[in-house]
Design a binder for this molecule. Structure first.
Ligand code: ARG
Length: 490
């Protein structure tokens, strides 16, 4: 494997075997964090007088000089790359002390956490952009009466805005889960070394502070072997993926010819290479497939961790790229959806179709109860019986007459009523239906307007969280650069 690690316990190295176990192809994303970790570690070694000041200066200068990960055959991983580069830039004596009191085991977990905290912050930011797009779109559709479904059958009228705010709320819980995972990600394993810490008088606290961590992952066995932080983030991303998948499924179905409720933007659709009439929801289908793949990635990582012996095993190396892939898929899909939602157009007049017109039937039963004193169960039966009779003769809600309804009430509740035609018309009007549902959380435009406002406020606080975390991360980097430069100059 790495030549630095040969000639000791192990002699021969085989290129094909190294290539097989190497993580270098996936290590590019860890290069920056690994250099930072080395800088912080050297600064601490100098402060603790574990290495001489002059030696430390040369190590820091050598670390400064490594600009990128230039993979070459036979490279084991980014950790060995950095060490090899430092040895090249200095010599065996100086470079040979870079690895005092550290191991790749604590280093890799630290590096993953440093990249993950950035990725997580960025994903939260992107989800807030999607939420913002949904709220904007909702703002244009407060009065767009839209069929609500249960069992994928027309149920009751809502508004498109009401539906979109529901999506925002679902995403809000996803964001909360991600934010809640953050403090568990942002703990520093450095100093755990291979698993048992070290006999050198290191300061783990100082390294954690220099790298911008909230604290230490104290127990060294836990520190090197645990990946629950990673699985937890994947779990949050997986839940998010199921949520997005459902949102996307709604759009695919609603934009179908059969539903005819929404028109997808051309730029987010595709046509067929043979069937000229086709307008296919390609973007939405790809998002759906990627969301499913994220679930597979969660399962893959969970399976790899199941029954894995404690502390470090190479299996841990193999799960890391799966995390990045899931985050990348989530991020890219979220971005494109944020562009797509505002471009949706409402099409058709669903409530003129027979089946949809009956979606206000609940309100007719409500009026029979509220105004005419019919017990609700009997009113439900009476309205149901009227609709059954109409459906059998291709009738619509417009055919519900006072006579029909009175007969059904007589039959089901044994009440002789004189029902006003106006009441029937009012009950069956979808716009009135929506307006009348103005209790907390309901579809009435004034209630949805109120909800929109509170969601906008919440979104501002998510953005502040993102700004705070991004600033913390950048501040830590700048602080480390300053410390590093100061120690180089001493
Ligand atoms: N490339 C490894 C990873 O990504 C680094 C740790 C290797 N540690 C070891 N003991 N072989 O996990």
């Amino acid at each position: 494997l790495s030549d630095l690690l040969r000639g000791g316990r192990l002699a021969a190295t085989r290129k094909d075997v190294t290539a097989f176990t190497s993580s270098i192809a996936h290590d590019g994303v860890l290069f920056r964090p690994v250099v930072k970790i080395n800088q912080a570690h050297v600064v601490m070694l100098m402060e603790q007088e574990i290495i001489a000041q002059e030696e430390g200066r040369r190590l820091l200068q050598a670390l400064q000089g490594i600009r990128r990960l230039a993979a070459r055959p036979g490279l084991e991983d980014v950790h060995m790359y950095v060490e090899e580069e430092v040895v090249k830039a200095t010599n065996d004596r100086v470079g040979g002390n870079l690895h005092i009191a550290k191991s790749r085991n604590d280093q890799v977990s630290t590096a993953i956490r440093m990249k993950l905290r950035r990725d997580l912050t960025r994903l939260v930011a992107t989800i807030t952009t999607l939420q913002d797009a949904l709220l904007d779109t909702a703002g244009h559709h407060l009065n767009t009466v839209f069929p609500g479904y249960t069992h994928l059958r027309p149920a009751q009228p809502i508004t498109l805005a009401h539906y979109l705010v529901a999506c925002v709320d679902v995403l809000e819980r996803d964001v909360q889960r991600m934010k809640e995972a953050y403090p568990r990600v942002n703990q520093c394993p450095m100093g755990a070394c291979a698993l048992a810490t070290t006999s050198f008088p290191i300061s783990r606290e100082r390294v954690a502070e220099l790298l911008g961590f909230d604290g230490l992952l104290e127990n060294s066995v836990d520190a090197v072997g645990s990946r629950d932080f990673l699985l937890e983030v994947l779990a949050a991303v997986t839940i998010f993926a199921t949520d997005v998948s459902r949102m996307v499924a709604d759009l695919i179905v609603w934009s179908s010819l059969e539903f005819g409720l929404l028109e997808l933007p051309d730029a987010f659709s595709a046509t067929s290479s043979i069937m000229p009439q086709k307008k296919n929801p390609d973007v939405l289908e790809v998002v759906r497939a990627r969301m499913s793949r994220i679930q597979g990635r969660f399962a893959s990582v969970a399976t790899s961790l199941t029954s894995l012996p404690s502390t470090y095993n190479m299996d841990l190396q193999e799960i890391t790229p799966t995390l990045w892939a899931a985050l990348h898929e989530a991020e890219a899909s979220t971005k494109i959806l944020a562009e797509l939602y505002p471009e949706l157009r409402v099409s058709g007049r669903p409530f003129e179709k027979a089946g949809y017109a009956f979606t206000t039937a609940t309100e007719l039963a409500n009026i029979l109860t509220r105004k005419y004193g019919v017990p609700f169960r009997a009113a439900h039966k009476a309205v149901g019986a009227v609709i059954k009779a109409l459906v059998e003769h291709d009738g619509t809600s417009r055919d519900i007459s006072t006579g029909l309804l009175e007969a059904a009430v007589k039959e089901n509740a044994d009440l002789a009523l004189q029902i006003q035609q106006q009441d029937i018309e009012d009950a069956l009007n979808p716009t009135r239906f929506v307006d009348a549902h103005h209790v907390r959380g309901g579809p009435a435009p004034r209630e949805v307007t109120r909800m929109l406002k509170t969601r906008r406020r919440r979104l501002r606080s998510s953005r502040q969280w993102v700004d705070r975390k991004s600033a913390d991360q950048s501040d830590a980097e700048e602080r480390l650069d300053r410390e590093s430069t100061a120690h180089e100059a001493v």
